[in-house]
Design a protein around this ligand. Structure first.
Ligand code: CMC
Length: 383
């Protein structure tokens, strides 16, 4: 170490930047809590709307509170006409995550409260963002395939309406329940890359829409939310359970990442992956041949990875590994997985943003300069 060189935590690994009461991730025990409630308990007994209320207001709602919040969400589902034109103009040319990010960043044009940074306005904007992100994701899914935009059905629950707007038909109660739970499982996960990016953008006192747009940008990458799409593509590329061992061995030998495995915090089985895996098994008998094939490959990859890297290196399945076949079973194409992740996580971003704003301090870390100094400027004609 050079004299005077500060401690550098690459990737901010192990660095605490604030306190939070929203989410506890215990990476050694494989535990996850939203506002103190264990994730398995919420997944089994709650709904996405209730979890959104919990994350935004810090407590489970009474019946009347949930009713009012649910109405607020339903009233915000319809996409403004101008925004639909913007989505239409991009949907076939760009990755859905880019179209989603652009559409969300355009929302202030349709919200007279966009620049009101009071808590009351931010709570209302959070509800709008939750509804709009889901509606926009569904609209992208349809418009890029030349299908007509399906207007929201305000008699349906949040996840149910998302599937209706995407597929144009009402899902079965079981499909709706599984999608609702998938959204709950993706709703929040402490200060990961996208949440921290949201907070960093908002710490400049920009606004909720700007901060969430930044969060979507960070979620896109395959080391973070983009891993769900990448994991399914990998499973498809493996093609058959019989090819899995050769594929995994080659990837390990070349030091390639196996998508949907490993985590900065969890050094054991991700509790969300356990729940999603159980859905896959539950769906197995009733799902299509394609979903059964993908499930068979995924289970084989899991078995191999657990025996080769699990205990030795602490690399276990994460939330993104088993999601793919579950989403395929719901009629969702691979490149809509990460927008759907964003549509589920948006509530977590809003919750953290509002918590951080309560005692805001500009986020401005340091890098340790190792470049040259006192360089002489040479005119371009003399270089
Ligand atoms: N496949 C193979 N090897 C891996 C993997 C993986 N998925 N993940 C980590 N490793 C190895 C890595 O090569 C390194 O080995 P060595 O010590 O021999 O150099 C060791 O494990 C430690 O890796 P690291 O890069 O220090 O770990 P990290 O904390 O920076 O990485 C991660 C976390 C999520 C970026 C990484 O595990 C990864 O790239 N996973 C694949 C992408 C993925 O599934 N991302 C989703 C994460 S969870 C959901 C979300 O955040 O959206």
């Amino acid at each position: 170490m050079m004299a005077g060189r500060p401690q550098i935590n690459l990737g901010l690994e192990g660095v605490y930047f604030d306190e939070s009461r929203i989410c506890k991730v215990d990476g050694q025990k494989g535990e996850l809590y939203y506002m103190g409630y264990p994730i398995a308990e919420l997944a089994a007994r709650s709904t996405y709307e209730e979890v959104c209320y919990l994350l935004l207001y810090g407590k489970l709602p009474k019946r009347t509170e949930l009713g009012a919040f649910t109405s607020q969400l339903r009233e915000s589902r319809q996409i403004p006409e101008g925004l639909l034109s913007l989505i239409r103009s991009m949907a076939k040319k760009a990755h859905p995550m880019d179209t989603l990010r652009t559409a969300i960043s355009a929302l202030p044009a349709y919200d007279k409260e966009a620049y009101d940074n009071s808590t009351a306005a931010n709570l209302r904007k959070s509800a709008r963002l939750i509804s709009q992100t889901a509606s926009i994701t569904a609209a992208i899914g349809r418009l890029r395939q030349n299908k007509v935009y399906v207007t929201p059905d305000n008699t349906l629950g949040h996840a149910e309406n998302f599937l209706y707007m995407l597929n144009g038909s009402r899902p079965s109660p079981k499909e709706a329940r599984i999608m609702d739970t998938m959204m709950m499982l993706h709703a929040e996960h402490s200060s990961n890359a996208s949440t921290f990016t949201t907070i960093a953008a908002g710490s400049t006192l920009s606004d909720m829409y700007a901060a969430v747009t930044a969060g979507i940008a960070a979620l896109k990458g395959p080391l973070h939310g983009g891993a769900d799409e990448a994991a399914l593509r990998m499973v498809r590329a493996i093609g058959d359970p019989g090819n899995a061992e050769r594929y995994i061995d080659q990837a390990i030998a070349k030091k390639q990442r196996i998508m949907g495995f490993g985590h900065r915090i969890y050094k054991t089985y991700d509790p969300r992956a356990k729940i999603i895996r159980s859905y896959l098994l539950e769906l197995h008998n009733t799902s299509s041949k394609e979903v059964r094939r993908l499930t068979g490959i995924a289970l084989k990859v899991e078995e191999l990875m657990v025996s080769k890297l699990g205990k030795q290196k602490g690399i276990w399945p994460n939330v993104d590994f088993f999601s793919g076949p579950v989403y395929v079973a719901a009629g969702i194409p691979a490149d809509l997985f990460t927008p759907l992740f964003a549509a589920s996580r948006v509530v977590g971003w809003c919750s953290h943003m509002m918590e951080y704003w309560r005692s805001n301090r500009l986020i401005r870390p340091l890098d340790y300069y190792t470049g040259r100094l006192n360089m002489r400027y040479v005119p371009i004609s003399k270089r």
